[in-house]
Design a protein around this ligand. Structure first.
Ligand code: COI
Length: 394
């Protein structure tokens, strides 16, 4: 039986990384745990031990009022490996730190990798709420099939998310101040030279406390319609969360940002006239009672927030249409908004195509505002979850 104060001292140890380097040693210019510190941390970790921490240890030393969407490393990450036979062994929570990879790892050479994103919110009663983690698990399975990788089972994925969230509980912002963003990764970690699936795969989850994704905070976004680069092509991987979908948008994104825009809106790569996605989120267009969003036809990511907003909107009486949405329709819309795990539900104030700028309704009395309130209300436990989406863990 671990005494209360000892348990607290043990679980708090990783946080010394920020305030004191006493339990750390430096390897080749990087800070890492001494093996002794790491093994005592591993021994010390048990969810039940974590829950016995003193009140003053319940929160990490973070300026909760000034969180953005930058990486703030937490105490622990999760790691699980799988060899060619396709079965993931039991994973473990371990201290957060660098991972070692062969220079010929499949992920480094051929981009064999997927990522996911999901959030844990802290409730007033201290427990944590996960939002639809099974959907991330299912999406990872679909993506893994496309990228020739084995995937953890839904149960393994959800358990790993639960363990990662609980191990990092003191990094989950106080209610109303943000959430703990969790980033599951699946990658070909084994060595390959010729083009082939890797012989070993690693599933990892790391976490970071976050609040608003855009520097605009919750202010409306100004989007730029990209006319040179495409985000995804027919038959490609745009519909799954492959890591290879994201670096290619950086050039257009940097260019748009340098011109003062918040983000880029991509068009389809065939007729170059239908809306696809924004760099990191899905898009919706509202006119009258009709809420339209591009259909998930292979080039559009099947967002979990997108799916949830569609369901909530239908329940509110909107006619939701998933189909091709031409630019002309966007130009005549009353409201436009984006959805995603990181961005949540973000209003779009304007869209610019070449020299033409169109503005949309934003503010309190909008469908976007109402949908945001309902979704976040469910995610944070302030609105009854009639859908069964929220998983409470403690
Ligand atoms: C998310 O919303 O979780 C994403 O994966 C988008 C990412 C580019 C921040």
């Amino acid at each position: 039986m671990i005494s209360r104060s000892l348990a607290c001292r043990r679980i708090v140890a990783p946080s010394l990384r920020n305030s004191s380097r006493s339990s750390l040693s430096q390897f080749g210019g990087c800070w890492g745990y001494t093996s002794q510190a790491a093994s005592s941390l591993l021994q010390a970790f048990e969810p039940s031990v974590h829950r016995t921490c003193r009140v003053e240890d319940e929160y990490a030393d973070v300026d909760w009022d000034n969180l953005g969407f930058g990486l703030m490393p937490t105490d622990y990450m999760y790691q699980m490996k799988c060899t060619e036979n396709g079965t993931f062994e039991r994973g473990q929570v371990r201290p957060y730190g660098n991972v070692e990879l062969s220079p010929s790892a499949g992920v480094l050479n051929y981009g064999q990798g997927l990522f996911e994103g999901l959030k844990a919110h802290r409730k007033e009663n201290g427990s944590l709420l996960l939002f639809r983690p099974d959907q991330n698990a299912i999406r990872m399975k679909v993506g893994a099939d496309r990228m020739c990788m084995p995937a953890p089972s839904v149960e393994q994925f959800v358990d790993a998310v639960r363990e990662t969230a609980l191990a990092n509980k003191r990094w989950v912002p106080p209610p109303g101040k943000g959430s703990l963003y969790m980033r599951p990764l699946l990658m070909g970690s084994g060595p390959v030279l010729g083009l082939a699936p890797a012989p070993e795969f690693t599933f990892l989850i790391y976490a970071s406390p976050v609040r608003n994704y855009f520097k605009e905070g919750t202010a409306p976004l100004n989007l730029y319609i990209e006319d040179e680069f495409d985000r995804a092509s027919r038959g490609g991987t745009g519909g799954v969360k492959s890591i290879t979908n994201y670096a290619p948008v950086l050039k257009a994104l940097a260019r748009a940002k340098s011109r003062g825009f918040s983000d880029v809106l991509y068009l389809d790569s065939v007729v170059k006239n239908n809306l696809e996605e924004v760099s990191s989120c899905n898009i919706f267009v509202l006119k009258g009672n009709v809420l339209s969003t591009p259909a998930t036809n292979g080039t559009i990511l099947s967002g979990i927030t997108r799916k949830s907003i569609i369901e909530i909107s239908r329940d509110l009486g909107y006619q939701v249409e998933e189909r091709a949405v031409p630019v002309e329709e966007l130009m005549e819309a009353e409201e436009v908004f984006c959805t995603g795990t990181a961005v949540v539900v973000a209003p779009v104030g304007s869209v610019t195509s070449k020299d033409k700028r169109i503005e949309f309704k934003t503010g309190a009395q909008t469908a976007c505002g109402r949908l945001y309130d309902i979704l976040v209300g469910i995610q944070t436990g302030h609105i009854k979850d009639k859908y069964g989406w929220v998983v409470e863990i403690n």
